[in-house]
Write a protein that binds this ligand. Sequence first.
Ligand SMILES: Nc1ncnc2c1ncn2[C@@H]1O[C@H](COP(=O)(O)OP(=O)(O)OP(=O)(O)O)[C@@H](O)[C@H]1O
Ligand SMILES: CC(C)(CO)[C@@H](O)C(=O)NCCC(=O)O
Length: 332
Amino acid sequence: MSRRPRGGTAGRALKSIAATNGELSPYRVFRRDDWAALRADTPQPLQEREIERLRGLNERLSTEEVVEIYLPLSRLLNLYVRATQRLFEATQNFLGTAGHKVPYVIGVAGSVAVGKSTTARVLQALLARWPGTPRVDLVTTDGFLYPNAHLEREGLMERKGFPESFDIQSLLRFLARVKAGEPAVRAPLYSHFVYDVLPDTTVTVDRPDILIVEGLNVLQTSRPPRDGKAIPFVSDYFDFSIYLDAELDELEKWYVQRFMTLRETAFRDPGAYFHRFASLSDEAAVETATGIWRRINLPNLLESIQPTRQRADLILKKGPDHLIEEVWLRKL
Ligand SMILES: Nc1ncnc2c1ncn2[C@@H]1O[C@H](COP(=O)(O)OP(=O)(O)OP(=O)(O)O)[C@@H](O)[C@H]1O
Ligand SMILES: CC(C)(CO)[C@@H](O)C(=O)NCCC(=O)O
């Protein structure tokens, strides 16, 4: 175990959480190797074909990353889920009632292009391998963005991803129903391809063992209500939360790289919202992507995503090439 965070701006900001509090820091910091060692007695090593399947989720994801970072994390989460299930049983015994166990909810937060979807999908696959949690569902809060028609009407098209672009009440209602143990709860779906919420398309969450909720906004707090009525935070419905963290210049690089890849692939389809960018020269495409990043996603990160980092139970600090360099685990 170590208390030596490295890195630039984001690293320094993280370091200050520990430094200002000294021994009172709410986090225990693990360097990559120390964290990887915690997989040692994971009873089920991954088979080669399972690793291949996981890499199929993202061809750039390395096997080491799965084994050294995500396997120990799935082990920790499995222990937490089991402990929560036992607590639920204890309450049932005390009350003399018998009820359905409710899904264990994990939130995954972080910037645009930090890799939330990839991390969420790897965790989904790994957690489903553990006894007691075979059904792991995944939703992304992008589905709760207001449709483009609404954003256009309200002059919010350049604010997509900011707090005011989400129908937060609808997200809160969805989570309340899932946590109340309701069957077949539906969530709306967003398409990056058409750059809009899909009308008449939903995903159904039907009492899974675990639900992973991934999105920019999952650790944001609501504005204080004017009428004095208490409003829950999205994270009130979470049993555990993870923040994916990286340096600002890396994030910009990853955003631009993804844009360049999409230009060669999805944008070529005339149905794609960004089809007009497929014919740009390399130079113009980099300029366009950098412009979108600096005008929309970077300000959103600085104003409303990064300030939520300290609310997470676990912070995964990525370095170059998406490799996780440090794991910050909140002391219980
Ligand atoms: N662990 C990883 N290893 C290598 N590359 C990764 C990893 N995670 C993500 N990437 C790459 O980084 C980019 C962003 O990843 P992803 O789409 O998962 O991010 P996101 O946070 O879900 O983004 P958004 O909020 O825009 O949906 C993609 O190009 C993806 O291939
Ligand atoms: C849909 C979100 C908000 C989050 O995934 C993001 O990918 C996005 O579209 N941001 C707006 C600016 C842009 O097009 O990148």
